[in-house]
Every structure is written in structure tokens, then in C-alpha cells.
Design a protein around this ligand. Structure first.
Ligand SMILES: Cc1cc2nc3c(=O)[nH]c(=O)nc-3n(C[C@H](O)[C@H](O)[C@H](O)COP(=O)(O)OP(=O)(O)OC[C@H]3O[C@@H](n4cnc5c(N)ncnc54)[C@H](O)[C@@H]3O)c2cc1C
Length: 497
């Protein structure tokens, strides 16, 4: 993202990527045993990316990206066959909540209405620009009724918000599940606004036609179109400093690449400890950067003759299974803390129900994800992975019995596999750093460092360890580009005419 914007401003850019393929969390692969079946092994559910400013400004649609937003967007399927459903049409979502609790359905509407202006005027713009100092932010928020409601709500944790506002165990479970999808710890005070903000958001789960890697391809085209170069299988060994300023990198092959500035999308440990012989205070801050206990994902990917058929759902996009009551979250947290595998709660989709291009004619793919601890108290992921995948498939088959006959093959990926492939996701943390430990906004990755600049002249940060955090949003790179271009005196930002 950053590279595309710098190229548009006329700068000569080079990206170094350690893997053979670019894209990181935007990957679509084919398993060698089942050619033609495409699997999105990292991100799949992309939230309203086609409404992002960069999507439009970089003309990604013209470069081959396109998005689908299925109507029955999310369904929490219960053992009874009942389902709590989120539709792209909010009124239908309210009807679904009302089947469980009329009172909760009314609460849902009330909070949504209260938060639509908060999202439009405050939270949305905040995510698309470098963060303000917390004191200035608070002072600004205190001046308006919307700002004050935001401050009041965010003083709670998501769990406290849900417990205070909602009554039905299934409604509470569904809302807390949503909260967890964005890797916000349900116990974390300061995030009580997260659920009403999700309710207010017009952004629903989307999928990229052809697979997540199509977005990578479109971005790469934008980069190359502005003269940028991308080098794969190329890993920096160290950043080179001269008189306290970064002047380039040396690669593991021993090549010295000089540059006017560097932008690192890696986590603080990689950037400030592994690659830089910088001041000890900086290294200390980087070492203290914390990762999420509850973000690592285990993935089961299926190759199918037919899509999963659920008894009561016609064409659901995201399906949540194994979640019946909100108290299960306490149990899941405890299991993570103890390094044990909890009773399975999983979610996933069948991409080929909506996009036939992701499998050969008549074939299908589907996947389920489960949040599981990175460190197991007994055993290791390489030895327990396939057995656990088998248990997930067994559970899935209870909800979609045709999987017993229609599954042609499967493969699984553990939190350890994620970290091996994407080492910036330390401990398998797909958010690349938690929001705990004060690592939010102006103080992400650490105190006062949320402006994408670093104390080392010429060195910038642009990855998910910065504001607004991980998941596929493009916003850390988009915001970092604003800062870098401003520092270079190139104020150009936004569409070039
Ligand atoms: C199983 C799984 C499912 C997910 N599902 C979703 C989802 O549905 N929706 C969503 O929004 N997000 C999802 N995510 C999270 C999302 O993928 C990440 O938050 C996002 O990719 C982080 O972006 P990033 O650019 O900071 O890091 P990355 O995407 O990891 O990119 C970092 C890049 O740097 C490269 N790299 C790492 N170390 C070095 C080095 N030393 N030298 C050179 N290059 C290096 C990597 O190879 C990679 O290409 C998922 C993640 C996982 C693992």
C-alpha cells in the first residue's frame, strides 16, 4: 500500500519480500494434491475493502480486484437448527435477533442508531489518519455529545458492554463472537465501544472474487504501474546506519542496497532487535511489545464434491458452529491461558458457493477456523495437528451431514504453521500485536510511537503493529504514506488528476 502511494508521488521504490510469493496474509494457494482448488490460507473475510479510499484511488477494480458481499452475511447455527443471522439488510438482522429476544432486538437498533454518527464522524476518520495524542483526542471528544458517548462506552470492556445491555445468551454469544473476530480481547477495558461500532458499520464481510490473492495482484499492478520494484526471496539481514541515520539494508545474500529512507512492515522485534543495532531503549520497548493470546488460528481446509449442506440455512456466507451460549468464552479464555484445546467453536465458509472460479467445474472448497493456543501444554502442533483437524471435521459433519460423503480431501494449518510462514505474526498472532499493554492508537507499537515515524532518522513503520492494527484494512500503510510524504515535502496525497 505504502509503496503504491510513494510511487504515485514520483518516488523510486523497492520492496524486499522474504517469501517466494508476495501478499503475506493475502494468499490463495492450490494444494499440490488437488490442483485447481483454490484455498485462502490466511485472510478470507475482507471487511468493506471496496469502500476504502485506497481501493478507489489505486483503481484496484480496474486492475482486476472485485468483491462480493453475500446477503446472509453471517449465521450462528445452533444445535437445535435455529440460527442467529446477520444480513446485509439490518432490518432482517433485527428480525433474527427478535426471534431470540424482542428486547435485545430493540437494544440492537438503539445502539446502532447511536453509533452510526460516531462511526461516520469519529471512528472511521480516526482509522484513516495518523492518531492524535490521547489528551488532545479526549479534549476534542468531550466537546460533543457523540464524543462523550464514545468515551463513556469505551470505558467498558466488550464483555461488560454485552452483559450490561443484552439479555439472551445466544444474542450475547453472537455479539461477543463478532468482537473476537477483530481480535479485541473481550475483557479489555477501553473497547466497550467496539460492539456498537460493529453494529453501526455499513461494512459487512466480503470476499475477493478469485481469492484473496487477486487483491495482492491488483496492488502489485498498482506498484509496478508507478515504476515500483518488488523483489521476492530476498531477506534483509540488517539495516545500515550512518551517523545515526538509516541509509539502506544489507540482504542475507550480502548485497548492500542504499536508500533515502526505509519503511518496515515487520513487527517491532524484527525491526528494532533483529535488524537494527539501535539504541538500547528502543530495543527494550520492542522487546516489551505484546502479542495476543487469543488470536492464533487453526484452519481446516476441505476439497469437496458438493458444498456443505446445513439443514436450515440456504446460502450462508460465514457460518459459526459450536457456539451456544456466551459463557463458553470464559472457558475458551481459560483453555488458552492453560495451553489446552477448548471444546470447538469454529467459523468458516464455502467460497465456491459464491465464486465458482475457486475450484474446477462441479468442485468446491470450504474451510473452518478455530482460535487455539499457540503453545500447547502437552504435545506440539506438528504432532497433534491432523488429529485435531479430524475432530473438527467430525463436528462439522454433525451440522452438514453430506460432508461425510462429499469430502474428497483436506489439509490443516496450525498457529505454528502461520508463524513459520509469516514470522511477523509472532506466536501466531494474526493481528501482529495485541491492543492490550496500551498498544493502541498514538501508543502503538509503544508509547508515543504511533505516528509511523521512529526515533531513527530515515526509518518508518507501516505494518499491523501500527495504528489501526492488523487484519486486512490497508490502513497502516495508507496512513504511513501520508506521514512519509509529508516529511519529504511531497504533500501530494489522494487521487492525482
Ligand atoms: C489463518 C488466518 C486467517 C485470517 N483471516 C483474516 C480475515 O478473514 N480477514 C482479515 O482481515 N484478516 C485475516 N487475517 C489477518 C491478516 O492476514 C493479517 O492481520 C494481515 O495479513 C497483517 O498484515 P501485515 O502486512 O502487517 O503482515 P503480513 O500480511 O504478514 O505481511 C508481512 C509480509 O512481510 C514478509 N516478511 C516477514 N518477515 C520478513 C523479513 N524478515 N524480511 C522480508 N519479508 C518479511 C512476509 O512474508 C509477508 O509477506 C488472518 C490471518 C490468518 C493467519
Amino acid at each position: 500500500m505504502l509503496q503504491a502511494y510513494l510511487g504515485r508521488a514520483g518516488l523510486k521504490t523497492l520492496c524486499l519480500e522474504r517469501s517466494r510469493a508476495i501478499g503475506g496474509g493475502l494468499a490463495t494457494i492450490e494444494h499440490p494434491r488437488w490442483p485447481g482448488y483454490r484455498h485462502n490460507i490466511h485472510s478470507f473475510f475482507h471487511r468493506a475493502l471496496d469502500q476504502m479510499p485506497w481501493y478507489r484511488e489505486l483503481e484496484l477494480e480496474r486492475r482486476g480486484a472485485s468483491y462480493l458481499e453475500p446477503e446472509l452475511n453471517v449465521a450462528l447455527l445452533l444445535k437445535s437448527g435455529d440460527a442467529l443471522c446477520w444480513w446485509t439488510d439490518f432490518e432482517r438482522t433485527v428480525e433474527s435477533f427478535a426471534q431470540f429476544s424482542a428486547r435485545d432486538a430493540a437494544t440492537l437498533t438503539r445502539w446502532r442508531e447511536a453509533f452510526v454518527p460516531i462511526l461516520e464522524k469519529i471512528l472511521g476518520p480516526e482509522s484513516r489518519r495518523p492518531p492524535q495524542h490521547p489528551d488532545e483526542r479526549r479534549a476534542a471528544l468531550e466537546k460533543t455529545a457523540e464524543g462523550r458517548l464514545l468515551l463513556e462506552t469505551s470505558a467498558l470492556s466488550p464483555l461488560e458492554f454485552v452483559e450490561r445491555e443484552f439479555t439472551h445468551p445466544v444474542a450475547k454469544a453472537g455479539l461477543l463472537f463478532f468482537n473476537g473476530l477483530r481480535e479485541v480481547d473481550l475483557r479489555l477495558r477501553g473497547f466497550g465501544h467496539h460492539i456498537p461500532a460493529l453494529l453501526a458499520s455499513p461494512a459487512k464481510a466480503q470476499m475477493c472474487v478469485g481469492g484473496a490473492a487477486r487483491l495482492t495482484d491488483a496492488l502489485a499492478q498498482a506498484v509496478r504501474g508507478s515504476g515500483g520494484e518488488i523483489r521476492t526471496s530476498c531477506e534483509p539481514k540488517r539495516m545500515v546506519l550512518e551517523r545515526g541515520r538509516v541509509v539502506g539494508v544489507e540482504t542475507t545474500e550480502g548485497e548492500l542496497i542504499r536508500s533515502r529512507f526505509l519503511a518496515s512492515s515487520l513487527n517491532p522485534q524484527q525491526t528494532f532487535v533483529d535488524l537494527l543495532d539501535g539504541p538500547s531503549e528502543l530495543q527494550e520497548n520492542a522487546r516489551k511489545f505484546e502479542y495476543n493470546l487469543l488470536a492464533p488460528l487453526f484452519a481446516l481446509n476441505l476439497v469437496l464434491k458438493a458444498p456443505p449442506r446445513y439443514r436450515t440455512l440456504e446460502k450462508p456466507f460465514m457460518v459459526i458452529l459450536g457456539l451456544e451460549r456466551y459463557e463458553q468464552f470464559n472457558d475458551i479464555v481459560r483453555h488458552h491461558e492453560e495451553g489446552r484445546i477448548p471444546p470447538t467453536v469454529m467459523w468458516g465458509a464455502c467460497p465456491t458457493l459464491f465464486d465458482a472460479t475457486q475450484a474446477p467445474a462441479g468442485g468446491h472448497t470450504a474451510f473452518m477456523w478455530e482460535k487455539l493456543p499457540y503453545r500447547l501444554r502437552s504435545g506440539d502442533w506438528d504432532s497433534v495437528r491432523d488429529a485435531h483437524a479430524g475432530e473438527m471435521l467430525e463436528l462439522w459433519t454433525q451440522y452438514a451431514p453430506n460432508l461425510a460423503d462429499d469430502t474428497v480431501g483436506w489439509f490443516a494449518r496450525s498457529p505454528l504453521d502461520t508463524e513459520r510462514e509469516l514470522p511477523n505474526m509472532r506466536g501466531g498472532d494474526l493481528l501482529v500485536g495485541s491492543f492490550a499493554n496500551g498498544q493502541v492508537g498514538y501508543d502503538r507499537p509503544f508509547r508515543g510511537a504511533g505516528q509511523y515515524r521512529t526515533p531513527i532518522e530515515g526509518l518508518y513503520l507501516c505494518g499491523s503493529s501500527c495504528h489501526p492494527g492488523g487484519n486486512i484494512t490497508g490502513l497502516p500503510g495508507y496512513n504511513a504514506a501520508q506521514v512519509l510524504l509529508a516529511d519529504l515535502g511531497l504533500s501530494q496525497f489522494g487521487p492525482r488528476h
